[in-house]
Write a protein that binds this ligand. Structure first.
Ligand SMILES: [Zn+2]
Length: 221
């Protein structure tokens, strides 16, 4: 009987220890499972987030598609308007005017220093040397030459009844037979030939006869 109490104590101790160890094991398992749950929860959260993002992406791409098609519709409407003449026959107007000498032949500042008359078959545009001279209509360069009176000259045929002439040029940028578009720079204002100050002498020929260029552009006499 002497050993019974210690033996019992040892047995209790062992059982307690076993329980404790088991308890720790269980706790560890619970923690592990909780961690796994958390990981799963995070994964699900991320999945949800991705689904929402994808949805937004889909809906936003839809929006931009709609925007684009709306833009195309607007563009087409504008095009139709222009073709149908709602905004003043823009395209047809430009096409008709392409070969008509109805724009100013000098870019930038100028002053008319001599008007058209019986003695003077053109308009003189006084401007700084080097100012750009542009062709007033589309056409083909008929000739580029030097004349004692007119200095450096360019003549342009506009494929219709019109031809134009540009004189006293400091420089010429084209040769005969080159084609030019309306408004294209063909040379520079100069003081070549019989000229006392830099200016462009500009002529319009209708069926080979000089006409007053002032009637073709919007300038006050
Ligand atoms: Zn002149």
């Amino acid at each position: 009987m002497k050993f019974i109490i210690p033996v019992l104590l040892i047995i209790v101790l062992i059982i307690t220890t076993l329980f404790y160890v088991e308890n720790v094991k269980l706790k560890k398992l619970v923690i592990k499972q909780q961690e796994e749950l958390e990981v799963s929860a995070n994964y699900i959260k991320q999945l949800n987030k991705k689904i929402v993002e994808d949805r937004n992406l889909v809906s936003s791409s839809k929006t931009s598609e709609e925007k684009i098609s709306a833009l195309i519709d607007t563009y087409m409407e504008e095009q139709n308007k222009e073709i149908n003449g709602d905004s003043g026959n823009v395209i047809q107007y430009d096409e008709q005017r392409r070969f008509i000498p109805d724009i100013e032949p000098v870019k930038g500042d100028f002053a008319i220093s001599q008007w058209f008359s019986e003695k003077h078959p053109g308009l003189d545009f006084a401007a700084a040397t080097g100012s750009e001279v542009v062709t007033v209509a589309a056409g083909e360069i008929l000739s580029v030459y030097y004349d004692e009176h007119y200095g450096n000259v360019i003549m342009i045929d506009h494929f219709n009844e019109y031809a134009t002439l540009y004189a006293h040029l400091a420089a010429t940028f084209f040769e005969s037979n080159n084609t030019v578009e309306k408004g294209e720079t063909i040379g520079l204002v100069g003081n070549t030939g019989n000229s006392s100050a830099p200016h462009l002498h500009y002529e319009i020929l209708l069926y080979g006869k000089n006409v007053d260029p002032a009637n073709y552009i919007d300038i006050e006499k």
